[in-house]
Design a protein around this ligand. Structure first.
Ligand SMILES: [Zn+2]
Length: 484
C-alpha cells in the first residue's frame, strides 16, 4: 500500500467514524482532480448535472452563429438584414456620427429604407456576405481580442446587434436555442433577463411589452422547447443610467406583479457611470412596494474594482440577490452581514475577467465568499459574447480554486434554492437535482472516466484560448463549436 492508498483508507475510516460515507465526502472527486487532464475535467463538468443559471441576459446569450442562422431564417417571413461593411464618409447629422462610424452594425430593411443612397451603399445583405465578411461580422459581437474590454462591450457590442434585437421572433428563437444548449450541459432552470421594449412586428409596427411577452410564451410552449426539459422564468430589467429609468422601473414592476412567469425586476448598466447609482431608486422602490405585493428584486451591484457602498445600498433597495458583488470584498461591514444570510451573490467569473474588473482569477473574491459562508452561485451573464458556457464557469472554479464535491453540490443547490420559483416547483427541482447528482457520483465511482466516453463537451472559444483546451483538435474544434 503506497502513501496515497494509506491516506485514502484513513480518510475512509475517519469519514465513516464521523457518520459520513466516504462516497459522499467526495474523496473520489479529489483523486479524480489529482489525476485528470484539463480536457477530462472539462468533460466531467459538462456531463455533471447542474441546477440553474440565475444571472443571464438573453440577448447577450446568443452565440454569433445562432444570430446568423436565426436572422437568415427570417427571410422566409419577409425580413431581411443588412450589415455595414464599409464607411464611405457619407454626410450625417452630428449626433449620429458615433453610430455612423460603427462597422458591422446590422439593420433591417425598414431602417435601410430611411438611409441616404450614400449610406445604403455601405451595407451588404447579411445573406450575401462572403466567408471572410461573415467571420468578421461574427467576431464583432464576440469579446475575444486582448484590446477589447468594458468600453467595447458596453458601448459597441450591443449597438452592433442593432435591429436584430427589435424583432421579437428572433429573440424568442434565441430563448429556444438557449434552452437546448443549457439542457445539453445538464442545466434544469434558467431565469433570463429578457427585453420587452422597443420591439416591432415584421411589418415594422411597434409592439407593446405584453405582446412581446406573449410571443416568448408561445415559443416556450412549442413541443421542441418543452422537450428541452429546462424550466424558464423571466426577469425584466431597466437601464439605470437613462434619464427616464424610474419610469421604466415602474412599468416593469407593474408587469412583474401581473404575470406569474416574470419573477423579478433588475437594474443593469455600468456602475462606473454614477448616473445610475443605487440610492437614486430608493424612493421609487419604496413607493412601488406600497402598491404591489410579491415582486422580487435581483439587482446588479458591486460590478466594480473600486470600493463603494453599492452592495449595501442595493440591499437597502430591497434586493434579495446581488449580481456580481465583486467589490463587496472591500465593504467589510456588509460582507460580515451577508455570511450565512438570506441573500445570494450571483458570481460571473468569466464576465468579470473579460470586462477587466479583475486582473486574473487569483484576484477574484469568489472563493472567499464561498468559504466564509456567503451564499453564492455561478452564472454566465453574457456568454454569447464571452464565447463560453456554464460548464466553463464551473471549470474555472474547480481549476482555479480546487472546489470540492461538496462545494460543487452547494453551488448547484444554491442556484435553485435562491431562485424566484414558486415553492412547489423549487422543491421539485431541488429533489431532482440531489437525485441526479447522487446518481452521477455513484455512476462515476463505479465506472470512472469510462462513464464519459460518449460525452462530447461543447468547447467554445474562451476555454480554448485561455486554457488551451482545444489544442491538437484541428477540425474537431470547429465541429464542437458548431453544435448546441
Ligand atoms: Zn449581468
Amino acid at each position: 500500500m503506497n502513501w496515497r492508498e494509506t491516506l485514502n483508507r484513513l480518510a475512509l475510516l475517519l469519514a465513516f467514524a464521523g457518520g459520513v460515507p466516504a462516497a459522499l465526502a467526495g474523496d473520489w472527486f479529489e483523486r479524480f482532480k489529482d489525476e485528470a487532464t484539463d480536457a477530462a475535467l472539462h468533460r466531467f463538468l459538462y456531463a455533471m448535472p447542474k441546477g440553474g443559471d440565475l444571472h443571464l441576459h438573453l440577448t447577450g446569450s446568443a452565440f454569433p452563429e445562432w444570430l446568423h442562422d436565426i436572422a437568415l431564417a427570417e427571410a422566409a417571413q419577409g425580413v431581411a438584414y443588412y450589415v455595414k461593411t464599409r464607411i464611405d464618409n457619407c454626410a450625417v447629422e452630428v449626433d449620429r456620427v458615433d453610430a455612423y462610424l460603427l462597422l458591422h452594425r446590422t439593420v433591417d430593411q425598414h431602417r435601410l429604407a430611411t438611409l441616404s443612397a450614400c449610406e445604403r451603399g455601405e451595407y451588404q445583405a447579411l445573406s450575401a456576405l462572403d466567408a471572410e465578411a461573415r467571420a468578421a461580422w461574427m467576431n464583432s459581437v464576440r469579446l475575444d481580442a486582448p484590446h477589447e474590454g468594458r468600453d467595447e462591450f458596453f458601448e459597441r457590442h450591443w449597438q452592433r446587434l442593432g435591429d436584430l434585437l427589435r424583432n421579437p421572433h428572433l429573440v424568442a428563437e434565441i430563448l429556444y436555442r438557449n434552452m437546448r444548449a443549457f439542457a445539453d450541459e445538464g442545466v434544469a432552470y434558467i431565469e433570463p433577463q429578457v427585453p420587452v421594449f422597443g420591439f416591432l412586428d415584421r411589418a415594422g409596427t411597434p409592439l407593446a411589452p405584453e405582446a412581446v411577452l406573449a410571443m416568448y410564451r408561445q415559443r416556450l410552449a412549442r413541443a421542441d422547447a418543452q422537450a428541452a426539459g429546462v424550466t424558464v422564468r423571466f426577469q425584466l430589467s431597466a437601464l439605470r443610467l437613462h434619464a427616464d429609468a424610474e419610469r421604466v422601473v415602474r412599468e416593469i414592476y407593474r408587469l412583474a406583479s401581473e404575470h406569474a412567469d416574470i419573477v423579478a425586476v433588475n437594474l443593469v448598466g455600468r456602475e462606473d457611470d454614477d448616473r445610475g447609482h443605487p440610492l437614486r431608486f430608493l424612493d421609487t422602490f419604496r413607493d412601488l412596494r406600497r402598491t404591489y405585493p410579491g415582486v422580487h428584486l435581483s439587482i446588479h451591484a458591486g460590478e466594480s474594482a473600486r470600493p463603494d457602498s453599492h452592495v449595501r445600498d442595493t440591499l437597502l433597495l430591497g434586493a434579495e440577490r446581488i449580481g456580481h458583488g465583486l467589490n463587496l470584498i472591500q465593504d467589510e461591514q456588509t460582507l460580515l452581514g451577508l455570511r450565512h444570510g438570506p441573500y445570494l451573490v450571483e458570481i460571473n467569473l468569466i464576465s468579470n475577467l473579460l470586462l477587466g474588473y479583475v486582473d486574473g482569477f487569483a484576484a477574484h473574491p469568489f472563493p472567499e465568499y464561498l468559504r466564509t459562508g456567503v451564499p453564492v452561485a455561478l452564472s454566465t451573464d453574457d456568454r454569447g459574447m464571452w464565447d463560453s458556457t456554464l460548464t466553463d464557469e464551473f471549470f474555472v472554479a474547480v481549476r482555479e480554486y480546487g472546489l470540492s464535491w461538496a462545494e460543487l453540490r452547494a453551488l448547484g443547490r444554491n442556484s435553485l434554492a435562491f431562485s424566484f420559483l414558486d415553492e412547489a416547483t423549487k422543491s421539485r427541482l431541488l429533489t431532482e437535482y440531489a437525485r441526479r447528482m447522487d446518481q452521477f457520483a455513484k455512476d462515476f465511482q463505479r465506472r470512472g472516466e469510462a462513464l464519459l466516453d460518449d460525452v462530447q463537451p461543447l468547447r467554445r472559444g474562451f476555454v480554448c484560448r485561455h486554457y488551451g483546451l482545444c489544442e491538437g483538435e484541428g477540425d474537431k474544434e470547429g465541429a464542437h463549436r458548431g453544435n448546441g
